[in-house]
Design a protein around this ligand. Structure first.
Ligand code: NAP
Length: 276
């Protein structure tokens, strides 16, 4: 069977071109386009991710500002910083890096974000709008999944999509976006009883579990389309949630690395330009 590799790079490039034009036009009109990235403490993964976003913002002509709070910052201090950024007219979008230290109430941080500056759909107002099929501020990663499927003209209407994972940042919004495309959607999670049987029925699999090789060969229907969101650091390097033998049965799949992750970062910049 001939397979289509759903590489993220061409999708990202297509978006970047449009985003750059929007940023250039906004700047020419005297508007500021700037992403504020707020970190609390020194989570290494957050700093790696921040570095990538800063580079991308710069390459597209957007400004960025790093706000670094101490590990010991209280929820009130983090919220106060977000409120300052909310009221700063030179800041277009705000991304508080998660996870924050456990003593910080992440829900309070998300709720403090001005909905129009909330870059990764952390404010429940944006989550609610997504549920109602309104607004466009779904989190960046699920939007990246959908952008890839659309870019490669993968038919979605009437297809059975099985989403593995129900986190607020990936699984749940991915399921809602697939529903908006008229998929029939099943969401699986750690308490799902008959997960292999459900997966075997999937025309489209979105895997966001965070476990290397979780989806095995016998779980995949021949010809299924697989979107592998997982990023797992293993002895063999970075791998997704889907085993190589399982990918072989797919008609199309996103590689890891080089698939969803590449497009997710661009979606952050797309969110930044949404209101321009
Ligand atoms: P998460 O918050 O840890 O959620 C994982 C989900 O997987 C949960 O809903 C959990 O179920 C489910 N799960 C865990 N073990 C399971 C099992 N044995 N059977 C069935 N379901 C199981 O992770 P996340 O933030 O959604 O991220 C998921 C993966 O995507 C991670 O590898 C992460 O690194 C990656 N990621 C990639 C990008 C990107 O840009 N490519 C962006 C974000 C995340 P319960 O809810 O029942 O616990």
């Amino acid at each position: 069977m001939e397979q289509l590799i759903l590489s993220g790079r061409p999708v990202a490039d297509a978006y970047k071109e449009t985003i750059k034009k929007k940023i250039d036009a906004a700047k020419a009109a005297g508007k500021s386009v700037a992403l504020a990235i707020l970190t609390v403490g020194k989570d290494p993964a957050s700093f790696v991710y921040r570095g990538r976003l800063l580079k991308m913002a710069e390459s597209l002509g957007a400004e960025s500002r790093c706000v670094e709070l101490a590990e010991t910052s209280t929820t009130a201090e983090v919220v106060a910083e977000i409120q300052k950024l909310n009221h700063d007219d030179t800041i277009t979008g705000i991304l508080p890096m998660m996870p924050m230290p456990p003593h910080v109430d992440q829900k309070a941080v998300g709720s403090a974000l001005a909905p129009e500056k909330d870059m990764d759909c952390l404010n429940p107002a944006n989550g609610g709008a997504l549920l109602m099929g309104q607004g466009r501020r779904a989190a960046c990663t699920p939007r990246a999944c959908l952008a890839i499927l659309k870019f490669y003209n993968i038919p979605m209407e009437g297809k059975h999509a099985v989403v593995l994972g129900r986190s607020n940042v990936v699984g749940k919004p991915a399921a809602l976006l697939l529903l908006q495309e008229n998929c029939t959607v099943t969401i699986c999670h750690s308490r799902t009883k008959n997960l292999p049987e459900l997966l075997q029925q999937a025309d489209i699999i979105v895997a966001a579990v965070g476990k290397a090789g979780f989806v095995t060969e016998e779980m995949v229907k021949p010809g299924a389309v697989i979107v592998d969101v997982g990023i797992n650091v293993t002895d063999h390097g970075i791998t997704g949630d889907v085993a190589p033998e399982a990918l072989e049965k797919a008609s199309a799949y996103t590689p890891v690395p080089g698939g969803v992750g590449v497009v997710s970062n661009v979606m952050m910049m797309d969110a930044l330009t949404a209101g321009l």
